[in-house]
Design a protein. Sequence first.
Length: 198
Amino acid sequence: MAFDTFDEGISLGGMRSKTEIRTLICYLFKSVGMPMAKDTVVNALMEKGLANYFETSASFDDLVRNGNIEEVDHEKELFFNTDNGNMIATQLEDTLAPTVKERAVECALSLLKQEQVESENRVTIAKCDNGYTVTCCISGGDMELLSFSLYVPDKQQARIIRKNFYKNPDMFYSVMIAMLTRNKRGVTEILDELGSVI
């Protein structure tokens, strides 16, 4: 297969053909089985070094223009395969290396999970006297389960707190409940779990 893409930022085993990139995008939609934003698809390929940003973005636009994928949710700007896109994924997926397909799907699912966490929970960072206030809110669907605010001296610490909160908001909720109910066993179990993650 002829190489016809820029290869900057592509790891060993990444894709250097526009046809491969377009096929992988269709395969990704078919495998994940749910609509995704363009940024999610592009980031899934970029994060694993599978394709160059500009080539992936252009290939995505080509697929939309050619009627292989279409916008199915205009408000959230979500796209999905058309019948043509599914046909491409089915007929050409064997041309893609198994490791490429696995890495792309794994990354896309991870990004979708993170997007869901961030849509269900909220972190705001506000400038205050001598630092920043970080407010974290945990949602339980239609109601707010927990909200707390912390003062930190600089924006870097505020961003670290936001990043770590979004990694596992359920753990923050479990810790607070265990501590407030003086559930020593629960606190110990959570600390053990935290130790295995760090």
